[in-house]
Design a protein around this ligand. Structure first.
Ligand code: NAP
Length: 259
């Protein structure tokens, strides 16, 4: 067997269909690119059409199969319509990546019901509902991969974690519940846990050089995360290679969480 054939057997996503929420920016965009370059047909979901079109244009320029659906995942109607539309482009997905997220962090005293509801809707309920929509089909077909993007705040409070940390903690529990339900049928469910990653999500913090340097110093690698750092772990979790990895939280954080 050639090295190429061996690697392909383990990691190729040829013939797979992936839905990546939040696939138009930051970590989600890097994951969409990675899955597409590994052979999957990728459907990205987010709200802003210009960002979605730019992402799909970039993937198409690499010779990849990609399409987009614009939807607001904070509403159940928007989510249901998006899921149906998403499945029309390339068929029912084999891989679901829940990366869309909001990071609203008022102080605990100022955390009102709107912030709570929006945070839970996008960060937790959307992954749950998309899992309910696509998970049973994956189980019936005997193969599936569900990957949630959580946060170190699923494990500890960090700079006014508020509702955000709660939503990410629950998302890790959701992954374990889904793993328990569907792993016997070939559907693994895991989470990728970022530390601090330089993306538009935390533009405010990223624009403060002192804070960035202090955060980088807390990692073991000596730098903050980049969206591209998630490519390898995402392809691994989406591929045949990870068939015996399920219900896990995999930290991609340069050692931040253990330093
Ligand atoms: N960056 C970090 O340091 C960090 C750390 C820990 C965890 N994370 C997690 O990683 C994930 C990706 O974050 P990122 O840093 O890559 O942020 P980002 O660049 O801001 O990307 C967020 C994505 O989510 C989409 N989105 C937000 N609200 C949405 C809604 N209501 N409906 C549909 N799509 C929506 C955005 O597109 P539209 O705005 O166009 O809808 C965008 O594509 C998030 O779940 C975040 O919590 C990030």
């Amino acid at each position: 067997m050639t090295p190429q054939a061996y690697l392909s057997e383990l990691f190729s996503l040829d013939g797979r269909v992936a839905v990546v929420t939040g696939g138009s920016s930051g970590i989600g965009r890097a994951i969409a690119r990675a899955l597409a370059c590994a052979g999957a047909s990728v459907l990205v979901v987010a709200r802003r059409e210009s960002e979605l079109a730019a992402t799909v244009g970039e993937l198409a320029a690499h010779g990849c199969q990609a399409a987009w659906v614009s939807a607001d995942l904070s509403t159940r109607e928007g989510l249901r319509a998006a899921a149906d539309e998403a499945a029309e482009a390339f068929g029912e997905p084999d891989i679901l990546v829940n990366c869309a997220g909001v990071n609203l962090r008022p102080t605990m005293g100022e955390l009102d019901e709107d912030v709570w509801d929006t945070t839970m809707a996008v960060n937790l309920e959307a992954p749950y509902l998309l899992g309910q929509r696509f998970g049973p089909g994956m189980a019936e077909r005997g193969f599936g991969r569900i990957i949630h993007i959580t946060s170190q705040q699923a494990h500890r409070a960090f700079v006014q974690s508020g509702a955000y940390g709660v939503s990410k903690g629950a998302l890790e529990s959701l992954a374990r519940s889904q793993a328990e339900a569907w792993s016997p049928y070939g559907v693994t469910c895991n989470t990728l846990v970022p530390g601090f990653v330089m993306t538009p999500l935390n533009a405010r913090l990223s624009s403060d050089p002192e804070k960035i340097a202090a955060l980088a110093a807390r990692t073991m690698v000596g730098r903050n995360g980049l969206a591209e750092d998630f490519a390898g772990a995402a392809v691994f979790l989406a591929s045949r290679a990870s068939a015996y990895v399920t219900g896990q939280s995999i930290f991609v954080d340069g050692g931040f969480s253990v330093h």
